[in-house]
Every structure is written in structure tokens, then in C-alpha cells.
Design a protein around this ligand. Sequence first.
Ligand SMILES: [Mn+2]
Length: 330
Amino acid sequence: MWDAVKKMIAANESFLFCTHRDPDADGVGSEMALSLALRALGKSCVVLNPDSLPQTLSFLDPERTVRGFDAVGAEQSRRLLDKADVIFLLDASQWSRLRPMNDEVSTRADKVICIDHHPAQRPLTPLSVIREDYSSAGELIFDLLKDMGLPLEGGVAFSLYTALVKDTGCFRFDNTNKRVFNMATELCSYDEVRPSYVYERLFERSSIAGVKALGRVLETLEFAYGDRLAHISLTTDILEQTGATVEETDNFVDVIRALDPVKLCIYFRELGGGRIKASFRSKSNEINVNNLAVKMGGGGHVRASGAVIEGTLAEVIARVVEAAADCFGH
Ligand SMILES: [Mn+2]
């Protein structure tokens, strides 16, 4: 599965890595790992994302090498994209996930290779590797580096372990399996990989403002379809009044996931400008939230997906809850 990618790596000298907007620890961990590994081979590597790294992910980039299109600007970004022989797009396989630098990358599609585990209608570019049966982009990069026979030393192992922990929900989600544990076991043999440190960085970073925002969000909890659907909402008011940042509200949907009768969780977030982000989480193989997200103009996985929908919060909640009827055989 890696032959074409390996040929491209061997034949070229200059690489650029990017991941989706609102970067997460899987996307960033994957680009850090692959760029560190290729740099060790003497290749020139640049990481350029649509957004600068949020403070919560800066621990993945101690050398401060990751650049953001927002900070670098369009002109300098174009220069970096032109200079690269190959552009690796990691943890994303839709141009729209790269906004606002999507056009800059898609016009250079002939040198783009996606490595992703999100479902895609078809690979974005001919050399792309899209494998839905992998837990994370990090697991795919691990596979590639093993296939290349490269050592995983230091930062590479740490970045890959962090990516894996993020996307498996610390080994709790449905994508956790023997292969995932085998990868974790191997990575833990490196001194740089300390599981408790990674867990703390990813899952124990709540601020007081964040917990106050969670309290307000839980007050919006409502149920439908005989308590099988639960939804919560984050308004811009809650963010303003508590001082919480958007990143620290990302995991709120996990709190309602834990409710026993609930099979489908929806987390609505006001984005401003009359747009609402809806995140869907399924707890049952019978409920395919990718279908629901596609119906609302978004996409994702069978058990985790999302969409950005236009309308007021109340309108969007009503529309989505109605559309979810299919999930419960109504
Ligand atoms: Mn991922």
C-alpha cells in the first residue's frame, strides 16, 4: 500500500506537510512524526497548517516549527507551497477541510498525497492512501515508517503515540483493537513516550473557565426519541460569559456519551455568522452518523461525524433532531 508513496519520498528532496483546520493531536502528531523522520533522512521539511497551533497542542512542537497560514500570510505560504516537491495532507481528504488555504493547495493537487482514515468517496489525488480501517492518521504514518524501515526514535514515537491516544479516546473507542495496542506497546519502549504525560496533556487540561462553561452547556441537555438521542448546545454567550476557549469545549460531547440509555449524541455549537456546527456521536453500530452528517451537508465516520449548518441555533436543533428520526427507525 506504500510503494508509490515510498517512491515519491525517495525521488524528492523538499516536503510540505499540512493537516485540517482546527488542528487536532492526530493531525499534528502525524505531521510532526513524518516530518521528523524525513528530516532525519536529510530531506527538507516544512509544516504549514491553515491555523497556527493552539496553545493546547504546543507540547507536540517544542522547537516551534509548525507554521500557520493565518500568521504566515498568503504570499509567503504560496512560496512555501511552490518550493515543496511533495505536499502531504494528513488526517484530511477534502479540500474544504483546509479553508482558508484550500485553493492554494488544491491548485497544486498534482503533487499532493493524502494520508487519511476518514471515509472518502474517492481518493483526492491518485497517490493518496485512504484507509477507513485504521484508527488514526498516526497509525497510518506508523505503518509507513515501519514499511520504510525507519527508526521511530524520540519525537517520532512521542508524536505517533499522542496521535493514537487522541483518536482512540485513550483506547476506549470502537477503533481500539489489537493492532492499536501492538502499536502502543512498541511506542512505549521509547523513553520519550510516557503514557501518563500524554494522557494529562490531552485529557486533563481543563481550566476553571472551561468547567464553568461545561456546567452551562449541561443545562441545555435535552432528549428525544425515548431518551435515545441526547443533545447539548454551546452558545457564543456561554463562551463570552465564562471566558472559556473553543478548544477546551471540544470534548463536552463525551460527557453525555456516558449516559446509559443514549445511543446518539449531538453537540451544537454556535460559530457566529448564523452558522451552527453539529457534532454527531453514535454509540451503536446500528446508528450511522456519517449518513446523518451527509444529509446535513457534512461528513465523517460511522460513529463520529459533523456538519456546519446555516440557521439559528433553535432552527438547526429542530431540523437535525427531525432528520435523526431515520436513525431510530421512525
Ligand atoms: Mn484523525
